[in-house]
Design a binder for this molecule. Structure first.
Ligand code: RAM
Length: 562
């Protein structure tokens, strides 16, 4: 026993020495106490406990049958989103039961984005069926996925081409009823005859989709939109959220079809204003808690199948948002028991987060993390991470207060004071009136936004940095609705309400004008083919982190007095 405590003492001493050597603020924080020493021994039990709780809150999936509303073809059109437009292609009724031959195709339009499975029947139009029918399916969220030549991406190096929703199926029996086993995210389905009995002997009939979601649309909160434009933005935001709500909050039902911490936070905020499925938030928080490794480090993504397990990504700015997400869940649902249960996870993340803040109170990339913030490749993330971490610490303090655990994390108050000082001394540029990164002097929209959200820029200073960045053509601009969400939030937080609403309408409203059924993963107004994955074919067009308007438009605290 004495030997064990001696070892523990030595380990604590070593950890403290390492903290000092690293020159981070962590040394001043008193972390590394009992909780840390007992974590390793108990982590397996904790993980399985959290996964078990996640299983207990498995949501019910609501399903509905959806029939196609038309038959379309896609044509190139420079004025259309990404240069492709879907136009009517004959009568829907005539597409059913029509004799088909190899090379023939038909594209059904379901009229709106949905997530689910496809069923159809094959009928015989002539005797005798002497060979199987081989069909190719392309499921598409946007017309580009039907028009663009996929051979162009043969050598894709980023994500797998298996994310393309393409399928080849061989059916031996005609007539027969067929349901494809995989779940797809789509508005359009193109069916092409690859091979079939010679002489037009079969046709396709009875096409229908079973759409699934864990959003109970009958529980949607009432809200009266102040204008038709805002009603439309809200409708599309809600549909985006609905289709991402499955057995966890997915990021995109087309791709990656999994739980991501950063996406979860924004989905949960929109959910509280709309469908109010608190259990889905609870389950998602528990799934993520279950991903902690033996050092208690959360994963930023989690897979549900074939069994729940952690993903490969640790995103610093996502980790900083875990406590905030727990706090918001507590405030929305009143479920104190869950927040209490997850409190140790929140505290242990501080151990890693604080490691990235220097003694001077400034964030520096220590190479141990994926610093994400946005898909903008030109972005220097220093100012953004500085603000995001400060926000994470503030929300951890607020959560501690709500749960009566202030003493566990009281050191965060002085960390924040140090960060405020460091920000002022090292990152503020008086001449430009905004925050810049140390190495290259870069300044970005999202960097200012996080400074405001993190409470490092307050009052007039907050207004000034946001206005300065919007007025400077050299500023690095965000490329995702995720970063645009936080920019909008910062405008509201700084009291720039009409600018916030204009930004929201300008950005999400532009997607509406371009025909969005659901809001997209990436949207750069001047570059509709922008993609972090080398090709917009792999982009997701119903993406969790884009559902923010439902939160901003419906939540009382953002309401612009008219
Ligand atoms: C992509 C997805 C997801 C996001 C991560 C960082 O894989 O778009 O939504 O959270 O990146």
């Amino acid at each position: 026993m004495r030997k064990v405590s001696g070892l523990i003492f030595a380990a604590v001493a070593l950890a403290i020495v390492q903290c000092f050597a690293a020159g981070t603020v962590k040394d001043a924080c008193g972390l590394g106490s009992d909780t840390f020493m007992t974590w390793r021994e108990t982590s397996l039990a904790r993980r399985s406990g959290w996964y078990a709780k996640a299983e207990q809150t498995m949501p019910k999936l609501f399903s509905r049958e959806v029939k196609p509303v038309g038959v379309v073809k896609v044509v190139q059109d420079a004025a259309a989103f990404q240069g492709w437009r879907a136009i009517p292609d004959g009568e829907l009724a005539k597409a059913f039961g029509r004799s088909m031959n190899p090379g023939d195709s038909v594209t059904f339009d379901f009229g709106e984005h949905l997530v689910g499975t496809l069923a159809f029947s094959l009928v015989d139009t002539k005797p005798v069926i002497d060979a199987p029918v081989r069909l190719k399916f392309i499921f598409a969220e946007v017309p580009l996925e039907l028009g663009e030549d996929v051979r162009k991406i043969e050598s894709l190096q980023t994500l797998s081409k298996s994310w393309l929703q393409h399928e080849v199926v061989t059916i031996d029996d005609v007539p027969s009823e067929v349901r494809l086993p995989r779940r797809y995210a789509f508005r359009y389905v193109k069916i092409e005859v690859v091979a079939a009995p010679v002489g037009g002997r079969f046709g396709i009939d009875g096409v229908s989709a079973t759409a699934v979601t864990s959003a109970d649309t009958s529980s949607l909160r009432d809200w009266t939109a102040p204008s038709l434009k805002l009603a439309k933005i809200d409708e599309i935001a809600r549909r985006t959220l609905r289709d991402c709500m499955q057995t966890v909050f997915e990021d995109g039902p087309k791709r990656d079809r999994r739980l991501w911490l950063g996406d979860l936070r924004l989905e949960a905020l929109a959910d509280y204003e709309t469908y109010r499925n608190f259990d889905l938030v609870k389950r998602s928080l528990y799934v993520l808690a279950g991903t902690v490794d033996d050092d208690a480090r959360l994963s930023s993504d989690a897979y549900e199948r074939p069994r729940v397990h952690r993903g490969a990504c640790c995103i610093l700015d996502y980790t900083a948002l875990y406590a905030a997400t727990v706090l918001e869940y507590l405030e929305a649902s009143g479920d104190r028991e869950t927040a209490e249960d997850l409190w140790p996870v929140c505290v242990r993340q501080l151990d890693f987060l604080l490691d990235t803040i220097g003694e001077d109170g400034v964030f520096r990339d220590n190479g141990k993390w994926w610093c994400f913030i946005d898909w903008q490749s030109a972005l220097n993330r220093q100012t953004s991470e500085q603000g995001a971490l400060a926000y994470g610490f503030r929300q951890t303090l607020r959560l501690a207060k709500a749960l009566g655990h202030e003493r566990d994390v009281s050191f965060l108050e002085s960390v924040l004071v140090r960060m405020e000082k460091g920000t002022e001394e090292r990152l503020w540029n008086e001449e430009r009136g905004l925050y810049v990164c140390e190495k290259d002097g870069q300044f970005s929209w999202i960097g200012q936004a996080w400074m405001v959200i993190g409470g490092l820029a307050k009052g007039e200073r907050a207004k000034r940095c946001l206005k300065s960045v919007m007025g400077d053509t050299k500023a690095v601009r965000p490329v995702t609705p995720y970063a645009n969400h936080y920019f909008t939030e910062a405008l509201y937080a700084a009291g720039l309400r009409s600018e916030a609403e204009s930004h929201l309408i300008g950005y999400w409203g532009r997607m509406v004008e371009l025909g969005a059924d659901t809001f997209w993963e990436v949207f750069v107004p001047g570059d509709q083919l922008a993609s972090p994955y080398q090709t917009p074919l792999i982009n997701s067009y119903c993406h969790a982190w884009s559902c923010a308007p439902a939160y901003f438009l419906r939540n009382e605290k953002f309401r612009t007095p008219r």
